[in-house]
Ligand binder design. Structure first.
Ligand code: ZN
Length: 500
């Protein structure tokens, strides 16, 4: 397939207005599935968590998971939605091998939550209001694995395997209204919104919220129209993008791709698209019209969900602080400047820093390590910091070693690299490799005198007030000690010597 031509991003934005719409699927962390008692667990042996209900065997009768309904209500309330006093499930009929029932139990015209809104801040500091159309309950499908091709997709595969463990896992789908006015920041806004939803469901403790495991997935709708045009352009829907970085890239790519087509007199096909992480491109999926007929009809085997006012108010009272309040509280507690804190949020480091501070590190030390060495490594590997082999407790231990003067910053970086390399905890690595700095003044003094013997004029210069002359001796001592000395202490000792 020929590579799509793209319009320069700035040019595209000069010519077109960008409209985005986001659908986020959140997998709930309930113990059991949405309509049966099977375990809801990631990574179990395929097809072991299945029963007649989630396999859609004739005569099997579903029962709604109460905890899942409560989680759905909590999410709805947390994103400012009204909760429907009475809502039915519906059957969305279609055939696909990962859907053993031949229909997905979902909600259609009666979602449990509707008409909400959230405020989301992008890296520039600009805040956008995003209107939420609805949040509804549904079940996940099974997982297909296509074997034999080289893309992992069905095209070119020799055979496909299906695992129904995921069939029937509770999902909440949150749908925004069209989002206008973000302009060049539309890609960042899409990612910031998904980050916000992830923070919400994590704080609510209703989902593991791990994007790399697909607990939170995003479908990104993008359309363009000429500035001033009233009618919305034709949109594409890039499916199942599962990292924040990819969401941003996918939206940006679609803007550039669509702009090129439209500017050259072409038309956009309304379709789903696949995101290719490796190439940074999207490709056509299946055509999708607004009139796709899934023959929705009310699910006759399930009673309507009718949460009482008391239950809704009880759940409302149980909500944790919202992400904006939490951010404000943490920034104050940590004493970070606006810029420092914004960088922390945008790098996804709020949680790890909070955990590291809880494990005993100072906020600035936690920030230094997470946004320095660790973020750099994550960037180099194209990963999220949560996927790296380092925990908050290890960072706190490292910070304590530096704080106590047992190691210096430079050795700290070396120790951290070893931690991420799976070599153990910081304390163990320092002992095993003998990295502790020399804090014995006698040993330092001996090294200083040795260095001074080679640079006899240094002491005289210091006595004349040229204190910077000490630099050369400090360098020589650090080299002799293989970096395992406290440079500050070495400097003090040299100046003391000059005063003698
Ligand atoms: Zn089951």
């Amino acid at each position: 397939m020929a590579k799509a031509e793209l319009m320069n991003y700035e040019q595209a934005l000069e010519k077109f207005e960008v409209v985005i719409g986001l659908e986020v699927h959140v997998e709930l962390n309930t113990k059991t599935k949405m309509f049966c008692g099977c375990r809801n667990d990631f990574g179990d042996e395929p097809n072991t968590n299945v029963c007649p209900v989630c396999l859609g065997l004739p005569g099997a009768l579903p029962v709604v998971n109460k905890r899942a309904v409560e989680s759905a209500i909590k999410i709805g309330l947390a994103i400012g939605c009204d909760i429907a006093p009475n809502g039915r499930f519906a059957r969305k009929n279609y055939f696909y091998p990962d859907l053993a029932k031949n229909f997905q139990t979902s909600q259609f015209d009666e979602p449990i939550a509707f008409e909400g809104g959230v405020e989301v801040e992008v890296p520039s500091g600009q805040v956008y209001k995003i209107d939420i159309e609805r949040a509804h309950m549904e079940e996940d499908a099974g997982k297909l694995t296509h074997v034999g091709g080289n893309t992992g997709r069905i095209q070119g595969a020799e055979f496909s395997l299906v695992d129904y463990n995921r069939a029937g896992v509770p999902l909440i789908e949150i749908v925004t209204k069209p989002v206008y006015g973000a302009g060049a920041e539309a890609p960042e806004l899409a990612a910031a919104y998904v980050r916000y939803i992830r923070e919400v469901v994590k704080a609510l403790d209703v989902s593991e919220a791990r994007m790399e495991r697909g607990n939170v997935r995003c479908d990104a709708n993008v359309s363009l129209r000429l500035h001033g045009a009233e009618k919305l352009g034709t949109r594409t829907e890039t499916k199942n993008v599962n990292s924040l970085r990819s969401i941003e890239r996918a939206v940006r790519y679609e803007i550039q791709r669509q702009a090129h087509i439209l500017a050259n007199g072409g038309t956009i096909i309304q379709e789903t698209r696949h995101w290719h992480e490796d190439k940074g491109t999207t490709s056509a999926g299946r055509p999708k019209s607004d009139a796709d007929d899934y023959r929705y009809f009310p699910e006759p085997d399930l009673v309507p969900v009718a949460p009482s006012k008391e239950l809704i108010e009880e759940l409302r009272a149980s909500l944790p602080e919202d992400p904006a309040t939490r951010r404000k509280r943490l920034q104050e507690a940590w004493g970070f400047s606006d810029l420092e804190f914004r960088d922390v949020v945008n790098a996804g480091l709020m949680d790890p820093i909070e955990e590291t501070v809880a494990a005993g590190a100072s906020p600035q030390a936690a920030r230094k390590w997470w946004s320095g060495e660790i973020a750099r490594q994550a960037n180099a590997d194209g990963k999220d910091v949560s996927e790296l082999n380092v925990t908050a407790a290890q960072v706190a231990e490292l910070a304590a070693l530096v704080e106590a003067g047992k190691i210096n910053d430079r050795i700290g970086r070396e120790v951290l690299a070893a931690v991420m390399n799976g070599e153990g905890n910081p304390g163990e690595i320092v002992s095993a490799k003998g990295l502790e700095v020399v804090s014995d003044d006698g040993a330092l003094m001996a090294a200083i005198d040795e260095a001074l013997a080679k640079q006899p004029d240094v002491l005289e210069k210091i006595r004349e007030g040229k204190v910077q002359a000490a630099g050369a001796v400090i360098g020589a001592v650090m080299q002799a000690m293989k970096g395992q000395a406290d440079a500050g202490r070495v400097r003090e000792l040299i100046i003391e010597r000059a005063a003698q």
